[in-house]
Design a protein around this ligand. Structure first.
Ligand code: TXA
Ligand code: MG
Length: 353
């Protein structure tokens, strides 16, 4: 199959893409978080195609994407008042809500669970495509299972070329990390996967926010089945360090001494730490030849770290480094979501300095 690229489609092309999706084709679509691998969320066979293309375990349920709140009614038993408040506050946006599903929603979409995950993305092109299809669009991240999620059409092409009908190129994803997933109770929610809609933001709408114990202690089986799998793993082993720039620079100096001279080190740091490392004289010519450097954002602007996290991990795969020395961030606000992904990407090798 030759995968078609639809670059910034016009209205006519949007209608065509919508129809193709409705008829059961697999088409990757941009969202504000990451690219999704879209299929008709009411069509079991189309959704089977998603699991095949991604190599995804079949007990891992999909998110159904809607163009607006009016599409939700037929997909759930009831939109509870708390769910309605959350939709009003955060949709369109990176919040996925699980509610009891109606009989219209096939079991393929929910991995056999009684609840269906719903989200209305904050990307105009994406919502126009969903609207044009007239059906909810099931869309997991458009990567091969286990790899970092794609935040550009090129990255989707890398994983999905030849496996799916098409890719809609709508430019880079501004958030860069998948949506927050919550289970809704009465005036309270439980976070099953952290994302850009943080605990603090949720508390502006509900009086209590719980965390799925599996996210906090890592001992129990997570309620979002997808959270139990290996994820976001770059090819090279990664260790994540958290600390102030000066402490990170000192630690980096130690690593340089310990790692064999012929190993290529991928370093993945903030602007602040880069400055400290340069000031410590650690990036002189002889060392520069041993490293691949990515400055992925500013600690003082945490959104910038989230935006380029996956993109950077994928670059290290291309540059074939032997190990990755990564800087994490504090687990505050959006930092919780970033560290949740970095924890997995580095197989839990997190060192707090
Ligand atoms: O930002 C996003 O959410 C992206 C874009 C494309 O919208 N999508 C995404 O989908 O990340 P996916 O399939 O990669 O992750 C969906 C997560 C998984 O961890 C899954 O287990 C969880 O949501 N999930 C889906 N339905 C669920 C349900 N009924 N109950 C609990 N967790 C559910
Ligand atoms: Mg995913």
């Amino acid at each position: 199959m030759k995968t078609v690229i639809f670059r910034y489609p016009n209205d006519e092309e949007i209608n065509k893409i919508g129809l193709l999706l409705k008829e059961g084709q697999l088409i990757a679509i941009p969202t504000e978080t990451v690219y999704g691998l879209g299929a008709n969320g009411l069509d079991e066979r189309a959704m089977e195609g998603i699991y095949e293309a991604k190599g995804r375990p079949s007990d891992n349920p999909l998110i159904l994407h809607v163009a607006d709140q009016s599409m939700v009614d037929s997909l759930v038993k009831v939109v509870t008042p708390t769910a309605k408040k959350l939709m009003d506050a955060f949709w369109p946006g990176p919040l996925t809500i699980t509610l009891e599903k109606s009989t219209l929603v096939p079991h393929k979409a929910t991995g056999g669970l009684n609840r269906v995950a719903l989200r209305c993305p904050k990307n105009d092109l994406c919502r126009s495509i969903i609207k044009a299809s007239g059906v909810p669009i099931a869309a997991p991240s458009a990567n091969i299972s286990g790899r970092p999620s794609p935040t550009s059409a090129e990255e989707v092409f890398h994983d999905m070329n030849g496996k799916i009908y098409g890719i809609v190129d709508g430019g880079p994803c501004p958030v860069g990390i998948e949506s927050t997933v919550v289970e809704v109770g009465t005036d309270e929610v439980t976070i099953l996967r952290p994302g850009a809609i943080t605990e603090e933001l949720l508390l502006t709408v509900v009086s209590k926010v719980h965390w799925d114990p599996a996210l906090v202690e890592g001992t129990e089986v997570p309620k979002a089945p997808g959270m139990k799998y290996t994820h976001y793993a770059p090819n090279a082993p990664m260790t994540t360090y958290v600390g102030l720039p000066k402490a990170l620079a000192d630690q980096f100096a130690l690593t340089l001494k310990e790692v064999p001279q012929d190993a290529k080190i991928g370093i993945f740091i903030s602007e602040e730490t880069h400055r400290a490392i340069v000031e410590a004289g650690l990036l002189k010519d002889d060392i520069a030849s041993r490293i691949e450097l990515i400055i992925y954002g500013k600690q003082s602007h945490i959104e910038s770290l989230g935006q380029s996290l996956y993109k950077s991990l994928l670059v290290f795969n291309e540059r074939a480094v032997d190990l990755i020395w990564a800087e994490g961030t504090d687990r505050d606000g959006f930092g919780k979501a970033i560290m949740n992904r970095m924890d997995k990407a580095s197989s839990h090798r997190i060192i707090v300095l």
